[in-house]
Design a binder for this molecule. Structure first.
Ligand code: ADE
Ligand code: ZN
Length: 328
């Protein structure tokens, strides 16, 4: 039934690599690194994944990533994700990671950067999955820290495809991070930002205008501001929408009530993504299948959104052309 959805050459543009940590690997890494988890079993971890909102998820997300210590841990995490992504028919992935969440635990830059870059190289040769790296800043921490972290990452600037902004959105407007996004842009590194997930449409406007981002992560609450919708639509700004995530974090009560159809009807440049698949009950294919079931979208609808993602990806032009041809 879903063979045709699997076969579409999908690009995943909104993925937190720390959010791909399945409970089995969490336990294995805890044992490897001598970390004590506050859970008895894998089943107990899964049972805890019942969230009220974004902050209630983030508590477990930051706790879970506490088992990640070494370069090998990050490599193993990403390779486990790439193997699942391949099964979903994913051909390109943009991995976002949160260096500050590791630095505060005493895990140096080298571990995530070198582990993830090695996994990206291996995924290309083993699975023909291309990738990009997005270094994200935590919006609920001091913008001066983000700037410092960006400068500390200088040896890896050439390996960063974009900078991002994530973590708790409410009461954390994006404009405070204008300086670090400008600094990245001056070095030729574009920006993306979470906005309009739990926060208001005004945060989307602010991320776009003050941070000059080229994509909005989530963005679903733009519908509250028709003038903004028209502008986003005219400018073809990609929205990296994550349907199963939005249901799990109660952005919408059910998938049937999700604003995705309205976003598409408004002419917005919508892409489908999984966000934190280990926590939200599914990867790319699960998100595609769930949307097929909830909205009755046809093959042409999914081709349209998959094309949007390929066009919005940080990807070599030659590869983009080849993948777009496979969609035709
Ligand atoms: N970090 C990981 N997942 C996130 C999400 N859905 N929103 C904001 N920050 C995140
Ligand atoms: Zn996200």
């Amino acid at each position: 039934m879903t063979t045709w959805l699997r076969a579409l050459p999908k690009a995943e543009l909104h993925l937190h690599i720390e959010g791909t940590l399945e409970p089995e690997l969490m336990f294995a890494l805890a044992t490897r690194n001598g970390v004590t988890l506050p859970y008895e079993s894998v089943e107990a971890v899964r049972a805890a994944y019942d969230f009220e909102d974004l902050p209630s998820f983030l508590g477990l997300y930051y706790q879970g990533m506490g088992v990640l210590h070494t370069q090998d841990d990050f490599y193993d995490l990403a390779m486990a994700y790439f193997a699942r992504a391949r099964e979903d028919g994913v051909v390109h992935v943009e991995l976002s990671f949160d260096p500050q969440a590791h630095l505060v635990r005493g895990v140096p830059f080298e571990a995530p950067f070198e582990g993830l870059l090695a996994a990206c190289r291996e995924a290309r040769s083993r699975y023909d999955i291309s990738s990009a790296l997005i270094m994200s800043f935590l919006r609920d921490r001091d913008p001066a820290e983000a700037l410092e972290v960006f400068e500390q990452a200088t040896p890896w600037h050439s390996a960063i495809d974009a900078v991002g902004l994530d973590s708790a959105e409410r009461d954390h407007p994006p404009g405070r991070f204008a300086e670090v996004f400008a600094r990245a842009r001056a070095l030729g590194i574009p920006g993306v930002a979470h906005a309009g997930e739990e926060g208001p449409a005004a945060y989307i406007r602010e991320a776009w205008e003050a941070l000059e981002v080229c994509r909005i992560d989530h963005g679903v609450r733009c519908l509250e501001d028709p003038e903004l919708v028209a502008r986003l639509s005219d400018a073809r700004i990609p929205l990296t929408v994550c349907p199963l995530s939005n249901v799990k974090l109660k952005v919408t009560d059910t998938l049937a009530e999700h604003p995705l159809p309205a976003l598409r009807e408004a002419g917005l440049n919508v892409t489908l993504n999984s966000d934190d698949p280990a926590y939200f009950g599914g990867g790319m294919l699960d998100n595609y299948v769930a949307c097929h079931e909830a909205f009755g979208w046809t093959r042409d609808d999914f081709i349209d959104m998959t094309r949007n993602a390929l066009q919005a990806a940080f990807m070599a032009e030659e590869r983009r052309e080849a993948l777009l041809e496979r969609l035709a």
